[in-house]
Design a binder for this molecule. Sequence first.
Ligand code: FE
Length: 338
Amino acid sequence: MSVQALGYLRIGSDKLDDWSSFATGWLGMQATDGANASRAFRMDDRRQRLIVDRELPDTERCFGWELADAAALDALAERLEQAGVAVRREPAALADQRFVRELISFADPAGNRLEAFHGAHVADEPFRPGRGIAGFRTGTLGMGHVVLMVPQMETALPFYRDLLGLRISDYIRGHPTAYFLRANARHHSVALFETPKQGLHHLMMELFVLDDVGAGYDIALGEADRVAVTLGRHPNDLVTSFYMRTPSNFLVEYGWGGREIDDATWQPSEMTSVSSFWGHKGLIRSVAGDAAPPEQVTPPGSGGRHAPLQVAEGTYQQVSGVCPWWDALAERSRASAA
Ligand code: FE
């Protein structure tokens, strides 16, 4: 059975206090009672979504993938073992620490530690955000997405697609080669970028309300060098976001308005460019480093690239059409699409 969502992220860092103030004051997560050596943070009804552990090496990341039930977890373990991947059935004590019912662990071809689980514990208390945000968009979509820089696409892609069961949403070949893979309706739960560098590039967290991303941008702009990538909009998942530096050496993409994909009708397609509709200055350099080619800047007005906003019920109000010129244009484009 396939993984359903990115359930949690666990990272090694000894900067526990820095992470506490960053996760609560900047991201709006809720700190839970952490052990001496670790801190855990909530973003919804789950007991924890992000765990920062001093006892792990600083570069160590562990990605927690969620499955439907025990049968699905067993089937995944079997599929991995048949493909020659070493799988460890973790003891109940470790599952308790992760607040899940059952847990296995293994590594991807790049050496990242992965865990797969079912039966995540739900907290008794409602989520209380660390700053005044309306909340994160999680649920069946999981905690967000991660982007991994991998040395070899030819081993990484089959692992995530054929063994974990993720589906390709879209891809680009060359400069860089990248695949965006989904586990649920979120456009991607993981993206793989083939680069000489290796490791976690960013974790994307999606807010329900655009204003919370804007207020987060204000806070981040208040500190020199906190913003790594400016506000912009992606052409494939349609997320409007910016990227912040964290106390560790990866970024958090703080976004809003991600599209949902219908498996029944979606066809994977090759993108001609990963460059954004607008903004996101610094993104290409953050992936490829100083060796990056100069970022292509689309001259204003030449691109004409836009897409409808992806809004959740209760977060918008429709305005009346009051402009005959625009209404006629919209009518013509509807007619030509029909
Ligand atoms: Fe992203």
